[in-house]
Design a protein around this ligand. Structure first.
Ligand code: NAP
Length: 321
């Protein structure tokens, strides 16, 4: 089969389209013919080997040689003791811990798979898993956004932000989206009440405060985040610099406790099977999936470059079949 392979960390030109053996499903696994796979910041991070957490399991060379984690496709074959799906069924998944989606086929543990929502296109199903899980857990499960609350989403013009803005608005929040100049209009179109251009203004220095800060691109000292929270507010670190991650981990639980502020890491529970509430909203037309660009498998390196250069608004999807 064809797959996009890399063997060292670097810029997108380290990726190459290659012929590799089609994997064979092991115990409890399912072989999925990939129809569509979406790009995530985690693919870019694993390609570059930056931040350092993206090198877990592969400090010098990549642990997985094929990137791509959010897939939608059709079951081709099932391994021993895999009983939940049959060949011909349409499925989708986030396979962040295994990767391998930038390929014509991939083996996936059946526990990671969910049936594709009826009537949903492969490209939308591929856009949803990782970004949708971050938004759902960040805004609803852990963010607990209620009507009238002030929510700031940092990095809101990307994949997770696209869903997060819309979910926060549906929950009745006043939403501020932060991203680069190119994405301001896009965030407004998703429903953001206010937008901040991070290349011109630092939201931690405006004096404005929030009930929830969902941080998809954390680069500030943790004390700055604390200062931007209302009493009783929450800060959730999703992705960003390792320095901020460590600060949140080490000082978050105590910092702000006196004012009832919670500063935490959002460790996202993966699995398309947890996305039911978001899928329902998408199917009801209450939440839109915006795919800003589509590429072919042979163009993955171009697609990742576009994402890494900061142009992507919403999701980028690679159409494999
Ligand atoms: N915690 C977990 O369990 C977990 C699980 C999966 C993924 N993640 C992380 O989740 C994060 C978000 O993923 P995503 O797929 O939504 O990413 P994405 O689509 O790339 O969106 C991130 C957005 O943040 C913007 N940005 C970059 N630097 C910024 C800054 N300094 N201030 C404000 N915005 C900035 C980016 O714009 P530019 O284009 O200008 O760079 C981009 O629009 C990633 O870091 C990923 O590693 C965490």
């Amino acid at each position: 089969m064809k797959a996009v392979v890399y063997r060292r960390y670097g810029m997108p030109d380290v990726l190459g389209l290659a012929d590799v053996p089609t994997p064979v499903p092991r115990d409890g696994e399912v072989l999925v013919q990939v129809h569509a796979v979406s790009l995530n910041a985690s693919d870019w991070e694993a390609l570059r080997g930056k931040p350092l957490y993206s090198r877990i399991g592969g400090p010098f060379r990549p642990r997985h040689h094929i990137l791509g984690s959010d897939i939608a496709g059709r079951v081709e074959a099932v391994g021993l003791n895999a009983t939940r799906f049959r060949p011909g069924e349409d499925v989708f998944a986030d396979i962040l811990t295994h990767m391998g989606g930038f390929a014509e086929s991939v083996c996936v543990p059946e526990t990671a798979l969910a049936s594709m929502p009826v009537g949903m296109a492969y490209e939308e199903a591929a856009a949803l898993p990782q970004a949708g899980a971050i938004a759902l857990q960040g805004i609803q499960d852990k963010g607990r956004v209620r009507p009238g609350q002030k929510v700031l989403i940092n990095g809101a013009g990307g994949g997770s932000g696209m869903y997060a803005i819309q979910l926060a608005k549906l929950n009745g929040a006043e939403v501020t989206g932060v991203d680069n100049t190119e994405k301001l209009e896009f965030m407004r179109s998703l429903g953001a009440d206010h937008v901040i251009d991070y290349t011109r203004e630092d939201f931690t220095r405006t004096g404005r405060t929030y009930d929830l800060i969902l941080d998809l691109a954390a680069h500030h000292p943790v004390a700055a985040y604390k200062g931007s929270l209302l009493p009783g507010g929450r800060y959730l670190y999703v992705g960003g610099s390792v320095a901020t991650l460590l600060q949140v981990l080490l000082t978050g639980p105590v910092l702000g406790r006196a004012e009832g502020k919670k500063i935490r890491i959002l460790a996202v529970r993966q699995g398309a099977q947890h996305l039911a509430p978001l899928v329902e909203l998408c199917q009801a037309g209450k939440i839109a999936t915006v795919i800003s660009r589509r590429y072919r498998l042979s163009q993955v390196s171009e697609a990742l470059r576009y994402l890494g250069e900061g142009h992507a608004q919403g999701k980028i999807v690679v159409i494999v079949k």
